[in-house]
Write a protein that binds this ligand. Structure first.
Ligand SMILES: *Cc1c(COP(=O)(O)O)cnc(C)c1O
Length: 401
């Protein structure tokens, strides 16, 4: 007997759950791309894309995933040999650094490990030491999806300003846009990077850059910029085809347009508050589970340093993998692997998992995941503090009161 029949639920940190409205918007015949409705749909996307990122500045869309968006950011931001300072708190910061280095950027990585947030004092010291202003851009993740560590983006801007360093501030919000609060203009972000398949609730396949007027001016003559990645025609094209440098990603556009309308209807403040509340329920359950186990622990100690879209945790020994497999095969819930926390092949790899609470998620989905996890721990004999679900429900009811 298995309890997995019924609608399966994917709780991995991307791709995320797609709303039926998004799926329905995509379920249609190919449109003409030389005129007609698709022009209007794309015209409706631009202002909403800006609103989601909290900017009135510039936006470019790429047909590609998050890795493509990284490369797009790198190609526009840098000339060969320019220096980047990358702040890494997990696998994705490292990945962005590797992407930049591979195309010829002089990358310095400040690695803060996998469980502690960016140390602003170290960043400040590095910027002060760069008195010749060789660092052209500071690259950081808002939420590193592997560790679930959040970086305080406004604090990074404050450090740059305090030092008087002119480096551009570029932020990977792939896991956090549409989940965690993000205000590009208010926080002085110069380049924001995102992709479609996480908080934006659309299939993988679109990457986005938002860039400030300042970044546009400062990066004009950069020699790493090739025609495909160039953000200029994508943001300022006079012909429709220039926005996509070729055929428009028609069905992604229909899906994205609908997802953006959904975010607008809910309101970004409410979207953020919903994610914060659901994250709080997950953290409350983990706190209780951890209280009865020496091996269960969330990866990030302080709630203020945790992303609102994903929670990485340790479930000791090999129990995380056992629990994930039970949840998937016996209860229809797929949890995330512990990406980047240990290498595959290392037994420690089986001690980590991630729970996504990202995008199109509500109370019953998140409480369902937690209840399934607790059922799995009971079934498998994984020691844990009893009452995690009670704690999660209390966390939610105190927030919605
Ligand atoms: C998912 C993710 C990426 C990579 O995106 P892909 O679409 O898998 O290429 C990069 N950075 C962060 C923070 C992510 O969450």
């Amino acid at each position: 007997m298995s309890l997995a029949a019924g609608r399966p639920y994917l709780a991995i940190p991307g791709p995320s759950v797609m709303p039926d409205r998004v799926l329905r918007a995509m379920h249609r015949a190919s449109p003409n791309i030389y005129g007609g409705e698709i022009y209007d749909v794309v015209a409706g996307i631009w202002p909403r894309l800006r609103a989601v990122a909290g900017t009135t500045q510039n936006c470019a869309i790429y047909i590609g995933n998050g890795h493509a968006a990284w490369e797009a950011a790198n190609a526009n931001l840098f000339s060969r040999g320019d220096k980047a300072l990358v702040l890494a708190v997990g696998r994705f910061g490292i990945g962005w650094a590797e992407s930049a280095r591979a195309i010829g950027v002089d990358v310095e990585v400040m690695d803060f490990g996998k469980s502690t947030p960016v140390d602003m004092a170290r960043v400040e010291a590095a910027l002060r030491a760069d008195s010749g202003h060789k660092i052209k851009a500071l690259l950081a993740t808002q939420v590193d999806t592997s560790s679930s560590i959040k970086t305080d983006v406004a604090a990074l801007r404050a450090v740059l300003d305090a030092v008087g360093h002119p480096a551009l501030l570029a932020i990977d919000c792939i896991a956090s846009l549409g989940c965690d609060e993000f205000r590009m203009d208010a926080w002085g972000v110069d380049v924001a990077v995102a992709a479609s398949q996480k908080g934006l609730m659309t299939p993988p396949g679109l990457g986005f850059l938002w860039f400030s007027d300042k970044a546009r001016e400062r990066c004009r003559g950069n020699d790493l910029r090739t025609p495909y990645w160039d953000w200029e025609p994508r943001a300022f094209g006079t012909e429709f085809w220039q926005y996509f440098n070729g055929t428009a990603p028609t069905h992604h556009i229909y899906g994205l347009a609908e997802a953006l309308v959904m975010l607008e209807e809910e309101g970004m403040e409410n979207v953020w508050a919903r994610h914060h509340a659901l994250a709080g329920a997950v953290w409350a359950a983990f706190d209780v589970w951890a209280s009865g186990s020496a091996t269960i622990a969330m990866n990030v100690a302080q709630p203020a340093d945790r992303g609102w879209s994903v929670t990485a945790a340790r479930i000791g020994g090999q129990d995380a993998t056992r629990l994930r497999e039970w949840c998937e095969h016996e209860a229809g819930v797929t949890l995330g692997i512990g990406l980047g926390m240990a290498l595959p092949g290392d037994p420690a790899w089986h001690g980590f998992l991630r729970v996504a609470h990202m995008g199109h998620v509500n109370a019953h989905m998140t409480l369902g995941v937690l209840a399934v996890m607790e059922t799995g721990m009971q079934t498998l004999g994984i020691a844990h503090g009893a009452g995690g679900i009670m704690a999660a429900t209390r966390a939610l009811s105190s927030r919605s009161a």
